[in-house]
Design a protein around this ligand. Structure first.
Ligand code: ADP
Ligand code: MG
Length: 140
């Protein structure tokens, strides 16, 4: 299997509860390596742009407001089959449906405040990484 990259966000519900390290440890224990990381406070433009694919969904306004509510940590993760590996350790979108041992099962508060974002395909990973990082910020 090839070593690939994915994009992750530690969301405001996690930074607010001081869980940045706890989330990162679960990612690392799952075989992912943090090759870029920065703590930012998203602007409305960033939040709306990043989640533009969801702009017609009923929860879009709530999602954008949430992502701007507190700082987040944006990360590039590297590992074998990184997109799938990360989605597996994240767990289902709704923590009530998430498998035991996953980040969302252990830490998420609700379907909205669900602790982590992870890219859903290699193609989207590349787009999302480029949205927040310059190539020289990624050190593998
Ligand atoms: P995922 O983050 O698992 O890829 P989606 O891409 O479907 O899930 O949704 C993006 C984000 O929008 C979710 O992680 C969650 O924060 C929020 N969200 C999704 N569905 C709902 C919902 N029904 N109500 C509130 N927020 C939601
Ligand atoms: Mg998604």
């Amino acid at each position: 299997m090839a070593v690939t990259r994915t994009f992750s966000i530690i969301k405001p519900d996690a930074t607010r509860r001081n869980l940045t390290g706890a989330v990162t440890k679960m990612l690392e224990d799952a075989g992912l390596r943090v090759v870029a990381s920065k703590r930012i406070h998203m602007t409305r433009e960033q939040a709306e742009g990043f989640y533009a694919v969801h702009k017609d969904r009923p929860f879009f306004g709530e999602l954008v407001d949430f992502m701007m509510s507190e700082p987040v940590v944006v990360q590039v993760l590297e590992g074998e089959d990184a997109v799938t590996r990360n989605r597996d350790i994240m767990g289902a979108t709704n923590p009530a449906d998430a498998a035991s041992g996953t980040i969302r099962k252990a830490l998420a508060l609700s379907i909205g405040e669900n602790t982590v974002h992870g890219s859903d395909s290699d193609e989207n990973a590349a787009i999302e990484i480029a949205f927040f990082f310059q190539p020289e910020e990624i050190v593998g």
